[in-house]
Design a protein around this ligand. Sequence first.
Ligand SMILES: [Cu+2]
Length: 302
Amino acid sequence: MPLRRQEQVVATGSGLRRRVGRLAGLGALAVLTTVVLSGCSIDKAFSFGWPVDGITDRSRKMYDLWVGSVVAALVVGVFVWGLIFWCVIRYRKRGDELPPQTRYNLPIELLYSVVPFLIISVLFYYTAIVQTAVDKQPANPDVTVDVIAAKWDWEFSYRDSPGADKKPVTTIGTVDYIPVLVVPTHKTIRFAEQSQDVIHSFWVPELLFKRDVFPGNVKNSFVVTIEKEGAYVGRCAELCGVYHSQMNFELRAVTFDEYQRFIAAKQKGMSTPDALREAGDANPYATTTKPWNTDRTSRTAS
Ligand SMILES: [Cu+2]
């Protein structure tokens, strides 16, 4: 039996509602899936792209600045998008009559000139605070390591730990040996940089920090306290020549006890792998990267 007109309208209306409901459900599911699957954990999903695996006392400060800035940008964004959509709907074209034209609205012009400056000032204020904290160097750090860069390897010299020859003990990389830079956790470490040729850049991704290594009189340095033991790859982050991409090292963060045993072994004249073994480390060689293949007769990658 055919439906009457009123019944047809009701039937079409509920069908439309169901379809809109289903679409809204799918939309919400898509947003949720994107948020949850874009990171491997909830922690990562809400870090807005910032690496959450920083290992120093300064990582958390930088993370907070990033998340705070993104949230502030989102609040401004949602407000502006709201205004745009409101204008589009509220003032949509209703006929051919020209709407009233408004010019020279001084209060509004002042508002949209002053508010961005306020936003920039707040961002600048927090950025300056975090930058100062990240750059802060105590007068007497617990350990000072001289980082000497040269095409295309690294040398690490423990300034306060003289060996038998009264010179600081060192670890130096070679073509077939990745230098392992051993440092203690929970101690302030100062890296004093110096280059023997061109500009390099000392970079351990997990420090969330890199600083250029200059030749000549510019002696850059920075201080960190590493809070997590482990082996972390280190790289040169400034294009310095043909084998720049092979200029790697390994940062090995160990307990202070192990660090002391390592330094004592080095002071006895041992090589870095032997000293690491003596200190009780099962992996005396780099585990995060490997020496580069110097064989130029083969085209296959090592
Ligand atoms: Cu370099």
